[in-house]
Design a protein around this ligand. Structure first.
Ligand code: FES
Length: 116
């Protein structure tokens, strides 16, 4: 298991970008004891939604937003609700909270070109 961060490093509802090897990921705490983990890769063009934490959330803070096209993705399930890939979904991964830290199984990471 790969430790991603401390649970206390995450603000509820606010996504955070991180890397696992060559993979760019989005981690979001959806409530006190639940986190969701996604590949930071739009299903429509295969490019990252954002390159910095400050670009990731929509202005109202309710969704992840593609910094290139403005598409919106729901943090709780990764579905695109608005934009060129509406109805598509971010690639998601299982993650676990153990002893106040967040872990993922790094063997779940897909075989993608470096940089995604
Ligand atoms: S790359 Fe798909 S909405 Fe921007």
């Amino acid at each position: 298991m790969l430790k991603l961060c401390q649970l206390s490093d995450l603000t509820i509802g606010k996504g955070r970008l991180l890397k696992a090897g060559d993979h760019h990921l989005i981690l979001v705490r959806t409530n006190n004891d639940s986190v969701r983990l996604y590949l930071n890769r739009c299903p429509h063009l295969g490019i990252p939604l954002a390159w910095q934490d400050s670009q990731l959330m929509s202005p109202d803070g309710s969704a992840f937003q593609c910094s290139s096209h403005g598409a919106l993705f729901a943090p709780e399930n990764g579905f695109c609700t608005s934009g060129p890939c509406a109805g598509d979904q971010l690639w998601s991964f299982m993650c676990q909270i153990k002893e106040a830290s967040v872990f993922m199984d790094e063997t779940e990471l897909p075989d993608l070109p470096a940089g995604y």
